[in-house]
Design a protein around this ligand. Structure first.
Ligand code: NAP
Length: 249
């Protein structure tokens, strides 16, 4: 039996990519998982099926978490179904990559709304429950790009850097309620989000990564599991899972 056994977990954006891997990893540890998606219904249902086929428990909840009312509904449905919320993983994210000269106000707003504001909306909705329980673990999916910046990703970098500030502040404010708040900063991980990087650009990127490969979603999922299962004395921190991209070789 692990501390995940019976824990109620919400993973936003869990139909594909990192979110799905995180949902499956925590589900395999005995958590009851709420798989959120915005439009990929079938993949979300497949993710839930894969968890139950492994002996776990999962439900699927459609909600665009960039809309505060839908974020609230996601948490309300979690409480209706399971009666509590122990772990919230704010993973949903998009990118609209353009250099600043081409970036429109709409491109900026959309990414900030989905990648940054959604995390406040879900936390805002979950807090009364975690506070009443006197416990909770929040994990925000930031990015290496939020730490380092990246050409063509001003909107994404700003959102991901914003998540780091949010994480540190929320950790300070919520520690007294028994709630920890941490962030994960993945480097380049093989998901749909990076599938369109042209081969030439990929080759260039690989040269900057000491481990000389992109990461796998499962490698990030295991880091999330460490944070929510083992890292009780860790809060306000960010964990870099990036193949050593900061240590040049
Ligand atoms: P992905 O494969 O494109 O999957 C994105 C997920 O987010 C999907 O499940 C998508 O569901 C969901 N989503 C998007 N907008 C949503 C919304 N408004 N409401 C609810 N769900 C929404 O991306 P990924 O690579 O797994 O990325 C997951 C997170 O990790 C993102 O926050 C991303 O920024 C971060 N990250 C990724 C990398 C990387 O290299 N892949 C690196 C660093 C950080 P639908 O299909 O239903 O819309």
């Amino acid at each position: 039996m692990t501390s995940l056994d019976g824990a109620v977990v919400v993973v936003t954006g869990a139909s594909r990519g990192l979110g799905r891997a995180i949902a499956e990893e925590l589900g395999s540890g005995g958590a009851k998982v709420v798989i959120n998606y915005s439009s990929s219904k079938e993949p979300a249902e497949e993710a839930a099926e894969s968890i139950s086929n492994n002996g776990g428990e999962a439900i699927v909840v459609q909600a665009d978490v960039s809309d505060p009312e839908q974020a609230q509904t996601l948490i309300d449905k979690t409480i209706e179904e399971f009666g509590r919320i122990d772990i919230l993983v704010n993973n949903a994210g998009i990118n609209i990559d353009k250099t600043l000269k081409k970036l429109s106000v709409e491109d900026w707003d959309k990414v900030i709304q989905v990648d940054l504001n959604s995390a406040f909306y879900t936390v805002h909705a979950a807090l009364p429950h975690m506070t009443e329980q006197g416990s909770g673990k929040i994990v925000n999916m930031s990015s290496f790009v939020g730490e380092a910046g990246n050409v063509g990703q001003a909107n994404y970098a700003a959102a991901k850097a914003g998540l780091l500030g949010f994480t540190k502040t929320a950790a300070q404010e919520l520690a007294r309620d028994g709630i920890t708040v941490n962030a994960i900063c993945p480097g380049f991980i093989e998901t749909d989000m990076v599938a369109n990087i042209p081969d030439e650009a990929r080759e260039k990127l690989l040269k900057t990564i000491p481990l000389r490969r992109f990461g796998q979603p499962e490698e990030v999922a295991r880091a999330v599991r460490f944070v929510v299962e083992d890292a009780d004395y860790m809060t306000g921190q960010s964990l870099d899972i990036n193949g050593g991209v900061y240590i040049r070789t």
